[in-house]
Design a binder for this molecule. Sequence first.
Ligand code: ATR
Length: 274
Amino acid sequence: MAVDRYGVMGYPVSHSRSPVIHRLFALQTNQKLQYELLQVTPEKLETAVRQFQRTGGKGLNITVPHKSEVTRLVDHLSERASTAGAVNTLSFRDGEIYGDNTDGYGLLRDLEFNHGLKLEGTSILVLGAGGATRGIIGPLLDKKPASLLIANRTLGKAQALTDHFSRSGPVAACRFNGLPAGEHYDLIINATSAGLHGDSPPYPGTAVSDDTICYDLSYGLKATPFSIWAREQGAERSVMGWGMLVEQAAESFRVWRGVRPDTAAVLKRMNVSA
Ligand code: ATR
């Protein structure tokens, strides 16, 4: 019998750790599958997805820059993907395409389970107002924080997100240099793509106290600029998003295969500092 095929589609994608993670999940759970890296330019996205489907592929992870665009190709969109306005997990069943989004789940699982945080009643500051922010605001508000402030270089983008989510919880917007004076936050999440471009924007240092947990959605073998900045500001903890990466992958694996892998064992195997 042919082995079930999965893969990750992005551009560029050569740096992706998803093949390693999914192979470790497969070994651990005794599932037979193959998982490929698929580098696909934005112009070729639809053709590549349809070809994967036509040739019997079972599921795809979708990564930068296709997460929003791919929603157009989906026949059934999950509620969490619809809230996020983005899809990171496609399943192909009975000739139809199912789109889901496991990013927000992955972040929450890493924060709450791996790092032991309770978000109810906390103050949260999210830096950035792009696609990554849109994907995490709904799941964060579901946890009933006391406040969630979105700070962004471009105020209008933060305001648009605030308008979109205002019915779901206490969310507000400002510029990096417009934070309320003297306010510290329990949790600061960097969801800008500045680090990816090698930039270090003027993050608001006044927001950090020695009780603040700083979380960078980006991750690297070396410390990211934001995680270095957070340590320099004296944050209680400065965490990179390796845990979120593995947790969102585990949730995709569960969606596809119906079994939940043990993420702690895989994080340990990857030998990266969370
Ligand atoms: P997406 O495709 O997910 O929307 P993006 O356009 O790269 O991603 O933007 C992601 C976020 O990172 C945005 O909030 C962006 O700020 P702007 O809305 O002002 O563009 C932020 N960002 C990217 N580079 C940045 C930088 N050098 N300084 C500050 N913010 C930056």
